[in-house]
Design a protein around this ligand. Structure first.
Ligand code: EPU
Length: 420
């Protein structure tokens, strides 16, 4: 297992290129199950979640190869339909194969994902949506077994107690592309990754309108043809590097970042004192003073994403005053609180809310990564802390950040990866 050793206190300066979005790439890879021919996906980040999904798609009869000109994906065998628990438990997003398998092969057996470090994360809404399209669903030995001769278009409501569901919307949109007739999804997730998926599917010949809004309409078609597509830049990686600039009082130019996908985050960062300026194809983010405290509430898009909650908390640990952070998507996503406490942060948790009292300076300590975004928060805190921090179990960060330590080192951070 690798760990990062970080000496804090360096101001970050320079340029960083933002990679393609992990959460756009994963459903787009799964969507390749729906089509004939070889698809090519450009801008795919080098993260282990992509490797995991490639392994699963390989078991499902797809050839997946990374080439200089992108990821190439082609179905060679339509017989397999079982996404085994062994693979699904490594990565919950594996469940995004359910909709495409069912729509294209008429059957799917997908292990029911269990809970994970950030909460219980049910998939009841995915199943409700697929059932509305005519799927027959059973639970066998912990697997969802779904069958349908041909799915039928329908009106589908995808809202839940915590708002919309991103992967649930992706699953139902993908399933509906090959259904007979028209599907209208109400309360669809509006995340840019859903719009990117719909753009990819439309380029394959699907007829989807309204993606990126709460109502998505899909006219089913008979078949889809492979295409090539460049995934959108990763707005969570971009937000993480913005915080890195702020937390070190540095100046970082982000290239290939889409500020239009990050308006709530940019607005919040400006409120607390960071300078965020649009630049050619990206942004320049800098800070030259102590930041002020604020309130942060995570929400579905276009609100502040839950995937940046931990990183914003790291930033607010040394703000001037008390900040209140409320998690509205995953009320238990606070594993980073105790680890930040080991670095001198003053954080009190009350239910889905954390009250952060700014301290003068964080101090280095050995800490442990618990999930992807929590580990990013620890790395950020370490960049600002006095002395040395060791972040262990960085396989969590490797799931979703493309060579983060190399990108940070190029900006002047003192960070090393070592094998434990
Ligand atoms: N929910 C239900 N029932 C469902 C589905 C979701 O109650 O059937 C609840 C969840 O428990 C949660 C909320 O609805 O409270 C939103 O969950 P959603 O389904 O939108 O999450 P997801 O699709 O499983 C994606 C991202 C996550 C990100 C969330 C929220 C991917 C592969 N994953 O997960 O990303 O946190 O949306 O924006 O797109 C990450 O990248 O670190 C990560 C966890």
């Amino acid at each position: 297992m690798d760990k990062f050793i970080i000496q804090g206190g360096r101001r970050l300066r320079g340029d960083v290129a933002i990679s393609g979005a992990k959460n756009a790439t994963l459903p787009i890879m799964a969507a390749c199950l729906l089509c004939e021919g070889e698809s090519r996906i450009l801008g795919v980040p080098e993260v282990t979640d992509v490797q995991h999904l490639s392994g699963l798609l390989g078991e499902l009869g797809m050839e997946v190869a990374r080439a200089a000109d992108g990821l190439r994906l082609k179905v060679v065998d339509e017989q397999p339909c079982h996404a085994r628990y062994d693979l699904v438990r490594k990565m919950r997003a594996s469940v995004c194969v359910l909709g495409p398998l069912l729509a294209k092969r008429g059957r799917a057996r997908v292990a029911m994902p269990g809970g994970c470090a950030i909460g219980s994360r049910p998939i009841d809404i995915h199943l409700r949506g697929l059932k509305a399209l005519g799927a027959q669903l059973d639970l066998k030995e912990g697997d969802i077994v779904a069958t349908a001769k041909r799915l039928r278009g329908a009106e589908v409501f995808l809202g839940g107690a915590f708002g919309s569901t991103v992967t649930g919307t992706a699953n139902v949109v993908m399933a509906a592309t090959l259904a007979a007739g028209k599907t209208v999804i109400e309360f669809a997730a509006c995340e840019p990754e859903i719009e990117d998926l719909a753009n990819f599917l439309n380029a394959m010949g699907a007829k989807i309108t309204g993606a990126g809004s709460p109502r998505v309409t899909i006219e089913g078609v008979e078949r889809l043809q492979a295409t090539s597509h460049r995934v959108i830049p990763d707005r969570i990686e971009a937000g993480t590097f913005m915080v890195a600039a702020g937390i070190t009082n540095g100046e970082v130019r982000l290239s290939q970042a889409r500020l239009d996908h990050m308006l709530a985050v940019v607005d919040k960062l400006r409120q607390i004192g960071l300078i965020v300026e649009r630049a050619d194809g990206g942004a320049v983010v800098s800070s030259n003073r102590r930041i002020s405290a604020t309130d942060v509430t995570t929400q579905p898009y276009p609100g502040i994403p839950t995937d940046l909650q931990a990183q914003l908390m790291a930033l607010l640990c040394s703000a001037d005053g008390n900040s209140v952070i409320t998690e509205k998507i995953y009320p238990d996503r606070f594993m980073h609180v105790a680890e930040l406490g080991r670095m001198g942060a003053n954080i009190r948790k009350e239910g889905p809310t954390a009250i952060v009292t700014g301290v003068k300076r964080l101090v280095g300590a050995p800490v442990m990564a618990s999930d992807l975004r929590a580990s990013a928060a620890l790395v950020l805190a370490a960049l600002a802390a006095e002395g040395e921090t060791t972040v262990s179990r960085v396989y969590h960060i490797d799931r979703g950040y493309d060579r983060i330590e190399q990108k940070l080192a190029r900006l002047g951070a003192d960070i090393r990866r070592v094998s434990e």
